[in-house]
Design a protein around this ligand. Structure first.
Ligand code: SF4
Length: 179
């Protein structure tokens, strides 16, 4: 019965969704997974934005703005095991290249100095505010499982999920890592 299945939520911070695409590359295992777990939210599967209480929370991407911080904390509060998928979530990834410069300088360069036309730095209240630095998840919240890679391969994502569903914390040997 659905209520006996482990509940899973996945969320994307600032990433390219490549880790979620790799997840979809598990092919027919998605069908098995649909029998084994109940997805509470996952932007590649369903249009549910609220994060509710789940057994496994999976996060992709770097923390780069205040909305990411809020979602990451909400996921941490609502899941028993928190999994970081991919180098961005595990270590900060390619987004941390912006950490060599101050946020104001980056915005000015992108929107004013490099613009061909008269431009302004967007400041609509709906646009999340950038954090001072781009950060991996564990600079904001506790992470229980790291599945690195850019992206992690579908096999490694599957291995991680299978181990978690067996009640184990997956351990990744170096032959399972991809950079
Ligand atoms: Fe994209 Fe790589 Fe970051 Fe995953 S780890 S979100 S594939 S850049």
């Amino acid at each position: 019965m659905a209520e006996n299945k482990p509940k899973v939520a996945t969320a994307c911070m600032c990433g390219c969704s490549g880790c979620h695409m790799s997840f979809l590359d598990v092919d027919e295992f998605v069908k098995d997974l649909a029998e084994l777990v109940e997805f509470q939210s996952s932007h590649v599967i369903m249009d549910v934005k609220e994060i509710e209480k789940v057994d496994i929370g999976i996060m992709e991407g770097t923390i780069t703005n205040d909305e990411n911080v809020e979602v990451a904390k909400k996921m941490r509060e609502n899941c028993d095991i928190l999994v970081a998928w991919g180098d961005c979530a595990c270590f900060g990834g390619i987004m941390t290249m912006r950490n060599f410069e101050k946020v104001d300088k980056i915005l000015e360069e992108c929107y004013l100095e490099k613009s061909d036309e008269e431009s302004v730095v967007p400041d609509d209240e709906l646009i999340p505010t950038l954090t001072d630095k781009a950060k991996g998840l564990d600079e904001i919240i506790d992470v229980d499982v790291y599945i690195p890679g850019c992206p992690p391969s579908a096999d490694v994502i599957r291995y991680g999920l299978e181990k978690l569903l067996e009640g184990e914390i997956p351990k990744l040997d170096k032959d399972k890592l991809r950079y």
